[in-house]
Structures are given as C-alpha cells and as structure tokens.
Design a protein. Structure first.
Length: 191
C-alpha cells in the first residue's frame, strides 16, 4: 500500500511539473473561479479591457499571461510579482510607453508586444536576461538600448511591419549577430 501511495505522489508531482512547463491557458471567466495556485496560464484576449483586474494579483504561479486585443495603456505594478512568468503577450493594445514593470520579470522568455505605438525600449529591459523571442511587429521602435542588444539568450526578434532604412538594419544585425532579426524590405527613409 505504501508503494502505491509513493507512486501516486510521484505522478502528482510530475503532473504539476508538466502543467507549469506547458500550462493550460484558461480564459479569465474560468480562472477567476479557480484557486489561484492551480492556474498557470490566463488569457484576457479581446475583452476590451482598459485596465487589468486587481483580482489577478492573487495568481502568483502564472507561467503565461495574454492581454492581446484590448485597450490597455499600462500594466499594474503587481505584474512584477509574477516571478515565474515566462510568456507575456500585450499585443494590439495602446501602450505608448514600454511598461517598465516588465523589467522585473526575470524569467520571461517570450514577449509579444506587436501593434503598439511604443517607440523605444528602456535600458531596464536587459534585466529580462532569459528572453528568447521578442515580437515587435508593426511597433515603431526606433531605439534599442545597449542592454537589449546584449541579451545572450535572444534567438529571434520580429521587427516586420515598420520600414527601417537599410543602414539601420545592417547596424542592428551587426550588433546582434546571433539573433535572427526579421525585417521588411528596407526603405529609403531617414531615421
């Protein structure tokens, strides 16, 4: 009987580990009725949110968080408390300024912020050392800080949707030689 109990505990631990590494992403309507410690991924997609619900603060085990297709222009400070967050999607919102609270997400590997009117990334983005993929498609970023260019784990950067001059493209590729950078065809424009 002890043997079966041990097998059960091992299976339970493996199940929790698997959920944390490949979390099921629940819509907020479902997640808000569950115990916060059992939810590892939440989506708020297409909810027309202008602000993030304060109740989200209780969900400290989050691995994935999706806010795409809303009307957000800022993120609350408590987002920085999600120390296990590995994937964040803030695409198609109204962020004119990069939410600096993201710089506290040191486990972040995947960051999607396409189709926002942001024009620069702050130096603190370098604290997100584990970033592997960054999607800034159709986001008019014109300045990349030194700390961003030095991210050692970054493998792919999507900058399509904005026409950058060829000189900018060449320079950025030289500064980030190990990163696959996706650009549209260069323009004959000044930057």
């Amino acid at each position: 009987m002890k043997f079966l109990y041990v097998i059960f505990l091992v299976a339970l631990n493996l199940s929790v580990f698997a959920q944390q590494n490949n979390p099921r992403i629940y819509p907020w309507s479902v997640a808000k009725n569950a115990h916060p410690d059992t939810i590892f991924g939440i989506t708020f997609e297409k909810m027309k949110l202008k602000e993030v619900p304060k109740e989200l603060q209780a969900y400290k085990q989050l691995n994935s968080l999706l806010f795409s297709n809303n009307k957000l222009s800022q993120l609350p400070d408590f987002i920085g408390e999600f120390k296990q967050l590995q994937s964040l999607d803030i695409s198609k919102n109204n962020f004119t300024v990069f939410p600096s609270v993201i710089c506290q997400l040191t486990e972040l590997k995947r960051f999607i912020a396409n189709r926002n009117p942001m024009e620069y990334l702050p130096e603190c983005v370098g604290y997100c050392e584990k970033l592997v993929f960054v999607d800034l498609w159709d986001t008019p970023i014109g300045t990349f800080p030194t700390s961003f260019k030095a991210l050692k784990n970054l493998k792919k950067l999507d900058l399509q949707g904005i026409s950058y001059p060829e000189s900018f493209q060449i320079e950025l590729k030289q500064q980030m030689p190990t990163v696959e950078i996706l650009f549209d065809a260069p323009c004959n424009c000044m930057r």
